[in-house]
Design a protein around this ligand. Structure first.
Ligand code: PMP
Length: 421
């Protein structure tokens, strides 16, 4: 069973609501970060207990062991996203650092006055601000792509925005607020027609859908380990080898050089090390390898079907409440549901839900331009993972109704454990 591998949520499962002492944890904030399975926690700990050494440096046994495990993780990621070569997999701290690396390195290399960068209005700040800064520095212009009625990128508008000045097109695979899968194949092929480079933010998609970067034919695809059952502080930047070869280093220091001299020009290491200055998050990378192995044991179709069931069940239950308004009317493609409740501020709702042990996110979700577009200051977001259950959704809905009716007792619902996978 999937859920039993996650100690934090298992310790607080919804079992006996009549027990006064029982405080359940309903973790519905998986879009922010997922819980970690035992095998990931153990791998992380055992790195420090059994191997701890720096990578690519020492000739001693521990360093070789650490380097082998670290590089095996790169191979696992390469296979997981179907990249051509391990040279195309760069370790970063997370999605945010991956995008900053691309914007800074590629931006400085290719952007000049009045070149254009297209971003969608639903991007996370991590895929907006680095581009705004590089645009300021280079004189490039940021153009904003609107959404269609169901919350996906508007392909017709994309046609009107693309020009021969468009150098970069950035788009989330799935928005962290809307949960809708963008039509990447079309976006990427349209961008290519004008010779633009495509940067895909896969932070929300990677935990829910198989990703094949060669089939997508995107130039860059970035994501974070912590949103797919892995540790925090580890991210991936996939980039096509030829592009990465052509880009200048992002950060400099140890490990990313070939030779350093005060007399001749310093030269840089080969890919992927050219972009990995300093000591990386070795334990995190090795634990991330374990996270990918963990999810790869499960049948993807079965997990996706179960997540779809959670999405539909929650969507339908919320739809029954007349005061609930979803940010987009269409049902999301992943279990991410964002909504407002008439007469209740989103922060108050999140705080009240927390008093029942329900963790949701409220606010602008690092997507202020999208909030402005939707004409709201914020919303509540329920984001689920395959370890969540239908019973948790029942409990959440019952608690939400109690909050709306200003009742303060525990909801009286029957808990069944049969729906878990
Ligand atoms: N993009 C999207 C779509 C996200 O959901 C997030 C995380 N909320 C990020 C980027 C940033 O990820 P990280 O904080 O792991 O760098």
């Amino acid at each position: 069973q999937f859920r039993q591998h996650f100690p934090l949520i298992c310790q607080h499962s919804l079992t006996d609501l009549s027990c006064e002492k029982h405080s359940p944890l309903i973790y519905f904030d998986n879009g922010a970060t997922t819980q970690k399975p035992n095998c990931v926690i153990q791998t992380h700990t055992s790195f420090y207990q059994d191997i701890n050494a720096n990578v690519h440096r020492g000739s001693h046994r521990l360093s070789s062991q650490a380097t082998v495990a670290f590089e095996q993780a790169r191979e696992t990621v390469k296979n997981f996203i179907h990249a051509k070569s391990i040279k195309e997999i760069i370790w970063t701290k997370g999605t945010t650092e991956s995008i900053n690396l691309i914007a800074s390195s590629l931006g400085k290399k290719i952007l000049t006055q009045s070149d254009e960068i297209i971003l969608t209005v639903s991007e996370h700040h991590a895929n907006i601000v680095p581009w705004q800064l590089i645009a300021e520095q280079t004189g490039a212009i940021v153009k904003v792509l609107p959404l269609d009625a169901v919350g996906k990128v508007d392909l017709i508008q994309l046609d009107t925005l693309l020009t021969n000045k468009t150098k970069i097109v950035c788009c989330a695979h799935i928005s962290n607020v809307l949960g809708k899968k963008n039509p990447l194949i079309d976006i990427i092929s349209k961008a290519k027609r004008v010779g633009a480079i495509t940067v895909i933010d896969g932070a929300q998609a990677i935990a829910h859908f198989p990703v094949d970067v060669q089939a997508l034919d995107c130039d860059f695809y970035v994501f974070s380990a912590h949103k797919m059952y892995g540790p925090t502080g580890v991210g991936v930047l996939y980039g096509k080898q030829a592009l990465l070869e052509s880009m200048p280093p992002y950060q400099t220091g140890g490990e990313m050089i070939k030779s350093v001299s005060f007399n001749t020009k310093t030269t840089f290491n080969v890919l992927p090390f050219k972009f990995e200055a300093g000591t990386p998050n070795i334990a995190g990378v090795i634990a991330f390898n374990q996270a990918i192995k963990f999810i790869s044991q499960y049948d993807h179709g079965e997990i996706a079907e179960y997540e779809q069931l959670l999405t539909q069940y929650c969507y339908q239950a919320l739809s029954q409440i007349p005061q609930v308004t979803f940010v987009v009317a269409d049902m999301p493609d992943i279990p991410v549901l964002s909504f407002s409740v008439d007469g209740h501020h989103n922060h108050d709702l999140a705080t009240s839900l927390d008093s029942y042990g329900i963790a949701v996110r409220s606010g602008h979700h690092c997507a202020m331009p999208l909030m402005a577009e939707l004409n709201i200051s914020g919303c509540v977001r329920v984001s689920m993972a395959a370890y969540n259950t239908l019973a948790e959704i029942d409990y959440f809905i019952a608690c939400l109704l109690k909050i709306m009716n200003q009742e303060h007792d525990k909801p009286n619902i029957k808990i069944t454990k049969t729906d878990e996978i």
